[in-house]
Design a protein around this ligand. Structure first.
Ligand code: ZN
Length: 391
């Protein structure tokens, strides 16, 4: 799409992207840059250039005209895959036995679920036979599987008084930061890591305003008073086209039917690439009770159920996202959402394929649910890892 741009940032300083509100003396970091943090950094850059919010500011940051996606760790020339909740790997050796990596989503269609074990052989051709376990993170290659994990460092600093911005007496503050490097086997050969994501513009006229901001130094996350968080723009270009949905749909169904799916039924997966915040009519978060209707899918779509069971094939994790109002220096209410990486398996009769595909392509383009302008609600249909790594 013409109005989708891939933004690649390069860290110039360590990044501290807090997982939770920093209420104690210790806090961890996310391993990606949430759209919320990107939007905040650009809004701060705008105010530094223009002084006060105006109509352009409101269009850029306070409307749904611009959708700021999460930026994932990335290396040059390779695309990043988020490891979904359906992925498994050798429990004992992890990515040391990377050939054991598999995606288990389509196991749900197999009448006799396999008791998958790690079948990686050692130098003496003895098989590992350890059970598999769940795994999360990122890949920068599917065949062969290549793990991409950012290096994290623990930093101990003196705490800062929020009111005065000065050092708090006899208080330490410990936080994890992303170093801007990739974890590699050889510690002496560090490899730089980039952060890449998509920004969508509903109005092409906003592009010039955004590009003016991307020339300014940007600061992300917390610890800016300690010199953390500076990033620069490495690349900003029209987003590369991903594999067409119809093609992914075809490959997914080929694998699903091979796995034991019914031949008169079409199958598809919905994989959450970012957190999904949905609320019901009483404003309660929608978690396990999610239905195809929440995605605006036609009535002919239902979840797939585990065989001989009333349980739908849903791999869901919930997450609480803490908010912080930078302007007021006060906490915002938490958002409870379905976590990125969650996977849902759906089906429809074969004659409904075109109607369903039409809605699915809208879902991929526009996202679902609340807070889409800060990266929430991005969904991939028939994410390739589910059929390329199912074996
Ligand atoms: Zn193993």
């Amino acid at each position: 799409m013409a109005n989708e741009f891939a933004l690649t940032l390069q860290p110039y300083a360590p990044l501290a992207l807090h997982q939770t509100r920093a209420s104690g003396q210790y806090v961890g970091t996310l391993d990606y840059i949430p759209g919320t943090a990107l939007r905040g950094a650009l809004a701060a850059a705008y105010l530094a250039q223009h002084g006060r919010p105006d109509d352009t500011f409101r269009s850029l940051f306070m409307s749904d005209m611009v959708l700021y996606g999460d930026l994932w760790p990335a290396v040059e020339d390779k695309s990043t895959t988020l490891i979904p909740a359906t992925a498994q790997i050798c429990k004992r050796f992890g990515f040391g036995h990377s050939d054991s990596f598999r995606d288990a989503l389509l196991d749900a269609l197999v009448s006799q679920p396999s008791d998958a074990k790690c079948l990686v052989a050692d130098d003496e051709k003895r098989l590992c036979h350890e059970p598999l376990d769940r795994v999360s993170g990122y890949l920068c290659g599917l065949s062969p599987v290549e793990l991409l994990s950012p290096r994290v460092r623990l930093r101990v600093n003196t705490a800062i008084e929020r009111g005065s911005g000065t050092v708090a007496r006899e208080m330490l503050f410990t936080q994890h930061t992303l170093t801007g490097q990739r974890k590699t086997k050889d510690k002496d050969k560090p490899e730089l890591i980039l952060f890449r994501g998509v920004v969508r513009l509903a109005d092409p006229a906003l592009k010039d305003h955004l590009e003016a901001l991307l020339k300014a130094p940007l600061f992300l996350g917390s610890g800016r008073s300690r010199g953390l968080g500076e990033v620069g723009v490495k690349a900003w270009a029209e987003a590369p086209a991903s594999e067409p949905l119809a093609e992914r749909w075809r490959k997914f169904n080929e694998a699903a039917h091979r796995a034991g799916g019914d031949s008169s039924t079409c199958y598809f997966s919905l994989t959450l690439l970012s957190h999904l915040a949905l609320r019901d009519e009483w404003l309660r978060p929608v978690l396990d009770a999610i239905t195809p209707e929440h995605f605006g899918l036609p009535d002919s779509v239902t979840w797939v159920y585990h065989s001989n069971s009333t349980r739908p094939v849903l791999f869901l994790n919930a997450v609480t996202v803490a908010g912080w109002n930078a302007a007021l220096g006060l906490p915002k209410p938490d958002t409870v959402a379905l976590a990125r990486g969650s996977v849902l398996l759906a089906q429809c009769p074969a004659d409904q394929e075109q109607v369903v595909l039409a809605r699915l392509s809208e879902i991929e383009a526009e996202g679902v649910g609340e807070r889409r302008n800060e990266g929430f609600g991005r969904v991939a249909v028939c994410y390739p890892i589910h059929y390329e790594c199912w074996r």
